[in-house]
Design a protein around this ligand. Structure first.
Ligand code: KG4
Ligand code: ZN
Length: 363
């Protein structure tokens, strides 16, 4: 069990790193288990839809307008007053800098006014620790993090202790889904649209599976996207069936790539930690909502003797409950920050990881 304190802690979490304005209240009980008292997410999707992606300036302004209302709603839903909060945790990176500044400034202001600790939370650590909150997992476990901005496999050894195994050399997985959707004329966010169309298509179009069988556990998705563009151009103008077939073929290629790379990460995990290490694979991030990918990972995990854990969808996509929980876990270990803590656009979980050849800023 991850707990080592007897105190019951009630933490307010704030998330503003991308296009969700979120506030939540989580209680960490004296047995180390967590409980979500309120989880408010105010999506800005409608504001960004027309642009086919998140516009940082629009996001930052919307966070300013929505955040205090989200916090008040969270307190209301939890039936708590601000005096009942033991600490405030806010996402301090990685993410869009304007939004991060809004959330962190609000978090520090509340902590200062209430004279309670402030915790600067790494958004990726929050995704990584969500399974402790939902499933009471103990460390270590293998994490596959697949979101709009990140595609990584990591060994989660403890709070604040991560070893990165694989990362993407180019596009993140969610980004690849979004770009695929855009080039096929589908809406934003692209992942759910591609999945919806794929259900009506046949995976009959040949697309490449970059990096398959490679020794290191890295991912590459840009070549797949380019191949999809060529196949789409070759068939233009696209019928609805063409779009469905292209989506199904793309999704199958993604499932093959992700399962192969994750299988490699499972092998490395066992090599590193030994045969007795708990064989648990946690999948987190928005792309974990994809049912085809989940089914494929289920099979791969079973073949490797791993148990697959996918937290509920509302806790896989961006939310503040995971931020509050990561804050509570850090607070329980005495890991608090001062009010000068900076926001960080880039903040890798494993700063020691060697740069992956060809990887850009997302590594
Ligand atoms: O974790 P998340 O909510 O936000 C980030 O931190 O990025 O992930 C959003 C990403 C988007 O790229 C979206 O297209 C993708 O998750 N996504 C999906 C599905 N639902 C969301 N990708 C594939 N299949 C889905 N069903
Ligand atoms: Zn995220």
């Amino acid at each position: 069990m991850s707990g080592n304190t007897k105190d019951v802690l009630t933490v307010l979490g704030i998330e503003t790193s991308c296009d969700e304005t979120a506030a939540a209240i989580v209680r960490r009980n004296d047995d180390g288990r967590g409980e979500i008292l309120a989880n408010v997410v105010r999506s800005q999707l409608d504001l960004h839809k027309a642009y086919g992606g998140v516009v940082p300036e629009i996001a930052a302004r919307a966070h300013v307008e929505l955040l205090d209302k989200a916090i008040l709603q969270a307190l209301d839903e939890a039936k708590l007053a601000i005096e009942d909060i033991d600490a405030v945790a806010a996402t301090s990176g990685p993410g869009l800098i304007g939004g991060l500044i809004v959330g962190v400034t609000m978090g520090k202001a509340v902590a200062l006014a209430r004279n309670v600790p402030f915790i600067a939370v790494n958004h990726l650590e929050a995704h990584a620790l969500t399974a402790d909150l939902t499933d009471g997992l103990s460390f270590p476990y293998l994490l596959l993090l697949v979101s709009g901005g990140h595609t990584q496999t990591l060994i989660v050894k403890d709070v604040g202790d991560y070893e990165r195994l694989g990362t993407t050399l180019d596009d993140a997985l969610g980004e690849a889904f979004d770009k695929a959707a855009k080039l096929l004329g589908l809406g934003y966010p692209g992942g759910p649209e591609v999945e919806r169309f794929a259900a009506r298509g046949s995976a009959s179009i040949k697309l490449p599976r970059p990096m398959l069988g490679r020794e290191e556990a890295h991912f590459s998705l840009a070549g797949l996207k380019t191949a999809l563009r060529h196949e789409a151009l070759a068939r233009a103008p696209l019928s609805e069936q063409d779009v469905a077939d292209l989506c199904a073929s793309f999704q199958e290629a993604v499932a093959d790539i992700v399962t192969d790379r994750t299988a490699r990460a499972m092998d490395i995990y066992v090599e590193r930690l030994g045969q007795k290490a708990p064989r648990v694979l946690v999948v987190a991030g928005g792309v974990a909502a994809n049912q085809r990918l989940k089914a494929a990972l289920e099979t791969t995990a079973r073949d490797h003797g791993f148990r697959l854990i996918v937290p509920p969808q509302a806790l896989c996509t961006d939310n503040a409950a995971m931020i509050a929980w990561a804050g509570a876990e850090r607070l329980a270990r005495g890991l608090i920050d001062d009010l000068a803590a900076p926001v960080q656009a880039r903040w890798p979980l494993d700063p020691e990881a060697p740069p992956a050849l060809g990887a850009g800023i997302k590594a």
